[in-house]
Design a protein around this ligand. Sequence first.
Ligand SMILES: Cc1cc2nc3c(=O)[nH]c(=O)nc-3n(C[C@H](O)[C@H](O)[C@H](O)COP(=O)(O)OP(=O)(O)OC[C@H]3O[C@@H](n4cnc5c(N)ncnc54)[C@H](O)[C@@H]3O)c2cc1C
Length: 300
Amino acid sequence: MDYKSVYEGKNFGIILFDEPLKLHTNFGIGGPCDVFVEPSKEDELINLIKFNKENNIETTIIGNGTNILVTDKGIRGCVIALSNNYDNIEIKEDHLIVTSGTLLSKASKLSFKNELTGMEEVSGIPGTIGGAVAMNAGAYGREMKDIIESVRLIDRSGNIVELSNQEMDFSYRHSKVFDDDLIVSSASFRLKKGNPEDINEAYKDFTYRRTSKQPLEKKSAGSTFKRPVGSFASKLIDESGLRGYSRGDCQVSEKHCGFIINNGDASFEEMDNFIKEIASIVKEKTGFILEREVKILGDL
Ligand SMILES: Cc1cc2nc3c(=O)[nH]c(=O)nc-3n(C[C@H](O)[C@H](O)[C@H](O)COP(=O)(O)OP(=O)(O)OC[C@H]3O[C@@H](n4cnc5c(N)ncnc54)[C@H](O)[C@@H]3O)c2cc1C
């Protein structure tokens, strides 16, 4: 398909062609997509989804790319990036209404400025609101499901769907977004008025815990594996003797064994094989089965 002529003159936001996805993933891995669009408004997003459907163009959604591993062949069709461009925050008393491209860290900081408590634990997660809602992201005992009141989504035909917290079917690193192939447009958070000093202390504490224990400066997708029932992935990897273990540019972080990092220019195939190797060694040594948390996107 001649994508350039198909999308010519369309008002869907920023449109790029053959964009290397390694530039949009925190792992720094991933081949090109045919079309890369960054909408800035909900009507642009809806029109784009409808347009892609009418033209039989496959649509893939990404946020800040901090929980995805993209294949070397990349993604056919259209990747919609809901990130910097799709960024807005509205505060109404103890509610924060945030569009999905806004960084969770940015929304959290604004809530603290407004003396609202509830987002301290999750403020260091490096994703967007859309990615966090989809994944039911969480840290230090707090997940999206604990602070979200409702979510505004778009289905693959371009219809708006409003779901309550209950209707989102949140569970560990999962939500209805994946079951029903929905797109998060915005989310409403219900927070509480708090004491500014307590909020600041908690924020500083959680930030310190994260920066002192996680290899934030390295290319990774955070915790590679989900937490298995009855243990922790990082503990099992460490006990299997894999701290710092490497193959080419792929390595188990020395600082935090739950993080697998790309030290240079690892390919998808190398990283995928390395992740499988770590899971297989852990199974052999401990009996625990590690399930990948990182989402794989793209053509194999
Ligand atoms: C250093 C580091 C630390 C991390 N720490 C944590 C942590 O403490 N807790 C935690 O839970 N996670 C953590 N993560 C993982 C990651 O940041 C979260 O899962 C985050 O919520 C992903 O958001 P994103 O915008 O980067 O999504 P992406 O990685 O871009 O996408 C993740 C998935 O969500 C989907 N998605 C993204 N946006 C939307 C949308 N608007 N609508 C529908 N689907 C969408 C994508 O299709 C994809 O399947 C960490 C990652 C890194 C690199």
